[in-house]
Design a binder for this molecule. Structure first.
Ligand code: G1P
Length: 293
């Protein structure tokens, strides 16, 4: 069966980033760098690796630098050219004209509401969602793995990872069903979804890790603007309503995941990625040894 391809990706980036204050007072948290790339760029590169070129940012006040990051920086580039500097470092920040659209979420009413703000641009197509503070590192990338599974399964897909029991209450959690044959055992049917359950009520320790491929019908569910956990309009609740009506599967990502929405995850990602960089690894290792000694 052929399914409509996933061509569009929504990046909800309107959050206030209060966990990283004061760093995020004047810059978006998605502009915080891991080594030398801002978080948003990792997510955009992951989308493009999966063949998704049409990018939709759901932003808020004070977030224009996220759009600027993917624009031409005329003065910078002119000066670099005059000084014979290599501009290839900027290549991943170049977007085909017309392929980046931003809409605003005027009030912080929840992730579900942020996604609903993109409804007119998403239209009647399946679409991907990336939460940029979940940094997924691997080859193939998480979304590429999901798009490949989607080509066979269609319907709705979310990425999941296993976390220790004491962490489940911070996330969306799935009720896992059976595993369809193939895909190296990475696919699980989703029988239920709950947002931020109490530890003792969580149906499993498989959490939703910030990557989604959803059918456009989810926008109609979100239209009802029902509130859930924390009094917010939750994407998890809207997805839960689609289970049973459309195929719904989870993909266990084969790579590594860093929760960069938390300080420890952010520091871990910085160290892990620096230690993998050819130009930095030896010096960073020596530095770590010195600091620990
Ligand atoms: C959001 C989602 C949650 C998901 C999490 C991943 O929660 O609502 O289902 O597990 O992202 O980071 P938030 O981080 O906005 O509280």
């Amino acid at each position: 069966m052929t399914h409509k391809p996933v061509r569009k990706a929504v990046f909800p980036v309107a959050g206030l980033g209060t966990r990283f204050l004061p760093a995020t007072k004047a810059i978006p948290k998605e502009m915080l760098p891991i080594v030398d790339r801002p978080l948003i760029q990792y997510a955009v590169e992951e989308a493009r690796e999966a063949g998704i070129e049409e990018l939709i940012f759901v932003t808020g006040r004070g977030k224009v630098s996220l759009v600027d990051h993917f624009d031409t920086a005329f003065e910078l580039e002119t000066t670099m050219r005059e000084r014979d500097k290599d501009l290839s470092i900027l290549a991943p920040t170049r977007i085909e004209p017309g392929n980046l659209v931003s809409v605003r979420q005027q009030e912080p009413l929840g992730l579900g509401h942020a996604i609903w703000c993109a409804r007119a641009i998403v239209g009647d197509e399946p679409f991907a969602i990336f939460l940029p503070d979940e940094l997924m590192v691997g080859s193939p990338g998480c979304m590429k793995q999901m798009v490949d599974a989607y080509a066979e399964l269609g319907g709705n897909l979310i990425s999941v990872i296993e976390v220790p029991d004491e962490e489940v209450s911070r996330y969306g959690v799935i009720t896992p069903g059976g595993k369809p044959d193939g895909f190296g055992g990475a696919i699980t049917e989703v029988l239920g979804l709950v947002e931020k359950p109490k530890r003792e009520e969580a149906p499993s320790n498989l959490i939703v890790s910030g990557r989604y491929i959803l059918q456009p019908e989810v926008m109609r569910v979100l239209e009802a603007k029902e509130t859930g956990a924390g009094g917010e309009i939750q994407l998890t609740d809207a997805m839960a309503r689609m289970i049973g009506q459309q195929p719904f599967h989870a993909v266990t990502f084969a790579g590594r995941r860093f929760d960069c929405g938390a300080k420890l995850g952010f520091i871990e990602a910085t160290l892990a990625l620096a230690l993998e960089r050819e130009d930095l690894a030896d010096d960073v290792r020596a530095l770590a040894v010195r600091l620990l000694g």
